[in-house]
Write a protein that binds this ligand. Structure first.
Ligand SMILES: Cc1cc2nc3c(=O)[nH]c(=O)nc-3n(C[C@H](O)[C@H](O)[C@H](O)COP(=O)(O)OP(=O)(O)OC[C@H]3O[C@@H](n4cnc5c(N)ncnc54)[C@H](O)[C@@H]3O)c2cc1C
Length: 482
């Protein structure tokens, strides 16, 4: 098997994974609350076949089709090829799904490209395991969730000190063939709907960090002792026309508790080596993954622009100066995002070991500032939409013999827009920006690759390390000021 269909994806969920929704242990395939989301994820797998020219490439080892997100990038063509796939994958949900399987696929492919980092002191044990795992993912088209953040309870303490350290995931026992881990991790988006839980380093750790917590591994979601504790589900099983996003795209976040979980050695990729643990995130990871995330963001912002513009046209407000300014602002964010991707790809380079990744500089800048753009995009959608976002009959109400004609009379849009068109449009906008799912996605945009303040501070530190002082000394020299 390679490049699965939606039906094959569903079949992969048939196991006894321990998923909790509220106080109920649920079977994900039969749980009514998850039906829309599972349909949405199955749709993603069908989408890759529908747009196979964009989404799939030939696996060089088997000759079978595989997701282009699994390309191990070695040159500019590889980056362009997967760019096309990221764009097409993002269009499936208009960027509302942040953690479609292509997200972790890109990370895994990037790790394989930098497998040298796993080869501490010439030992190929761990890089060999990683490469074999990569082949399992390619050949099974496995969907992976990931959780990389320690459950920091007290933010005055380092990640692995005091109560934070007590709760962090770590090795508690060993057997000749495995490690036994205990602790928790935040936050596995797609957790209940994935096949593999991939744990890898989040942030670099100091020299005194407990090596037992410096881990990377992957295990099937059905592994005994792994508890997937879901947040409330924000998806709805109602009509797709009324709820185009929340009827399909709640990708379900979950807290993960490892209650003495056995990880076979074959699936352990980092085991206490701080150089490897810290090195992994510092040598191309961000440059690699942010090609996917920024392309998704561009698709989403372009969609938000179209949505806001159509709403403004529906009330004939699009030429009003205040509205036109907001629409132009939104368009500007999408253009800047595309420009960051173009620039990063243009200056792509070999990051070591033949791993060809984009330039990370435009990506870092875009990632730091993106949360404010995404929040502002929702703000603009709500401002442009106003009360119209809530004056929205369901599409079924339009078919009612008594209500339908009244709605057609009293709820049309401007410029000849029918009541049905208007209802569809404003309902989509509310589902995008204002619904329970819309609120969750906004939180996702703020935090999914760390918070904006953390990213801004990091950008500043990188700049201080990389950039020579030039302009200030030059000015004083030119002025002859001692
Ligand atoms: C919906 C959602 C889905 C997610 N999915 C996943 C997933 O699938 N897998 C995964 O591993 N992770 C996932 N994450 C991301 C992970 O949980 C984030 O790392 C986390 O949300 C960041 O939280 P934090 O508290 O560490 O942020 P912080 O960066 O600590 O920020 C928390 C607050 O502290 C402030 N702050 C932080 N640093 C500074 C600073 N230097 N200066 C000033 N203020 C600062 C920020 O303003 C912010 O308000 C997800 C997050 C969300 C919200």
């Amino acid at each position: 098997m390679t490049a699965r269909t939606g039906e094959q994806f569903r079949a992969g969920l048939k196991d006894d994974r321990e998923v909790w929704l509220g106080d109920r242990r649920v079977d994900v395939l039969t749980e009514p609350a998850f039906a829309g989301s599972i349909g949405g994820m199955a749709g993603y797998f069908d989408w890759q076949h529908r747009y196979a020219e964009d989404c799939l490439v030939e696996d060089r080892e088997t000759g079978r089709p595989m997701s282009a997100s699994l390309i191990v990038p070695r040159n500019a063509e590889d980056l362009q090829r997967r760019h096309r796939a990221f764009d097409r994958f993002a269009r499936y949900s208009q960027g509302m799904l942040g953690r479609t399987p292509d997200y972790v696929n890109v990370t895994l492919a990037g790790f394989v490209a930098r497998s040298d980092i796993f080869e501490s002191k010439g030992d190929t044990t761990y890089s060999g395991r990683l490469k074999r795992f990569y082949r399992e993912v390619v050949e099974g088209d496995l969907s992976m969730t990931h959780c990389i953040i320690h459950p920091v309870v007290d933010k005055t303490l380092p990640d692995l000190k005091g109560i934070n350290g007590d709760l962090a995931l770590k090795v508690v026992r060993r057997t000749p063939d495995s490690i036994i881990v205990r602790g928790a991790k935040i936050l596995a988006t797609l957790g209940p709907f994935a096949e593999e839980m991939f744990v890898y380093p989040g942030a670099p750790q100091p020299p005194d960090a407990d090596p037992a917590a410096l881990l990377a591994f992957s295990i099937p979601m059905k592994t005994k002792g792994m508890i997937i504790l879901c947040r409330d589900h924000y998806g709805t099983n109602r009509d797709v026309g009324d709820h185009p996003f929340s009827s399909r795209f709640d990708e379900q976040d979950a807290f993960v508790i490892f209650d003495d979980v056995e990880i076979p050695n074959e699936r352990v990729f980092i085991d206490g080596d701080r150089d490897v643990y810290n090195g992994l995130m510092q040598h191309g990871w961000a440059a690699n993954i942010m090609q996917q995330t920024c392309i998704r963001a561009a698709v989403k912002l372009e969609f938000a622009y179209e949505l806001a513009t159509r709403m403004a046209q529906a009330t004939n407000a699009d030429k009003r100066p205040d509205t036109a300014a907001m629409l132009g602002e939104l368009w500007g964010y999408s253009c800047l995002t595309r420009a960051a991707v173009d620039s990063a790809e243009k200056d792509a380079r070999d990051w070591g070991n033949g791993a060809f990744f984009p330039n990370d500089r435009p990506f870092h800048a875009a990632r730091s500032i993106m949360p404010s753009w995404m929040v502002r995009a929702n703000d603009i959608l709500k401002t442009v939409g106003s009360h119209n976002l809530l004056a929205t009959p369901s599409l079924a109400a339009l078919d009612d013999p008594r209500l339908g004609p009244l709605i057609e009379t009293y709820m049309p849009g401007a410029n000849g827009m029918t009541a049905r068109e208007r209802a569809k449009l404003f309902r989509a906008a509310w589902d995008f920006a204002g619904s329970a799912l819309g609120g969750r996605v906004e939180l996702y945009e703020r935090f999914y690759l760390a918070s904006a303040p953390r990213n801004h501070a990091l950008d500043h530190m990188i700049s201080q390390a990389m950039r020579p002082w030039t302009q200030l000394p030059e000015m004083f020299e030119t002025l002859g000021v001692a």
